[in-house]
Design a protein around this ligand. Structure first.
Ligand code: IMP
Ligand code: MG
Length: 176
């Protein structure tokens, strides 16, 4: 068990299981890309670890970039999303793969999708390592999903609880 601020977390998903899932995502994406060079766009801060491992597992050439927005405080999604920072690349006619650490309610994703739909991309796809199906209430299709998890707060592998826990190589779930 680990303690972050006032909360206790228990081991949930191992490094090995994460690596296996990332590998599978990389292969699926490469297969669909069919020789085209994708640009992976990670959503900071949470996705930094996923992107780092995903691009190393990617069997082919690819580009990497990051955007940043925040929608979360503490353990409850505020439902509010802030401004987007990043994306200086010309995305016209590119295969853009947005990379998320986790999709919860989908609020962040919908906003990102709106922003990216203004760019004349060739194809916009979404990849997320973790997905909470019980929390997701949007129609937007998620193209690549690593691991589906219950609607409970997790930390580690890029995900934080009020700033802490991002550096953990495995994932922990809140103890209830
Ligand atoms: P959404 O907009 O509700 O889908 O939330 C997306 C963002 O909330 C993610 O990119 C995370 O930063 C954060 N988030 C959602 N669920 C969790 C969790 O279980 N642990 C840590 N952060 C989370
Ligand atoms: Mg995030």
């Amino acid at each position: 068990m680990i303690q972050l601020h006032d909360k206790t977390f228990v081991p949930f998903i191992s490094e090995e299981d994460i690596a296996t899932s990332i590998d599978k995502l990389a292969k699926e994406i490469a297969q669909d890309a069919n020789g085209e060079i994708p640009i992976f766009v990670g959503v900071l801060n949470g996705a930094f670890m996923v992107v780092s491992d995903l691009v190393r597992a990617y069997p082919g050439n690819c580009e990497v970039s990051f955007v940043k927005m925040a929608s979360y405080e503490g353990t409850l999604s505020s439902g509010k999303v802030n401004e987007l920072i990043g994306i200086n690349e010309n995305l016209e006619d590119r295969l853009v793969i947005l990379v998320e650490d986790i999709v919860d309610t989908g609020n962040t994703l919908v906003l990102l999708h709106e922003i990216f739909s203004k760019e004349k991309v060739k194809s916009f796809k979404v990849a997320t390592l973790f997905f909470k199906p019980e929390a997701y209430n949007k129609d937007l299709k998620i193209d690549y999903i690593g691991i589906e998890i219950p609607n409970k707060f997790i930390v580690g592998y890029g995900l934080d609880y009020d700033g802490l826990g991002r550096n953990l190589p495995e994932v922990y779930q809140i103890k209830t």
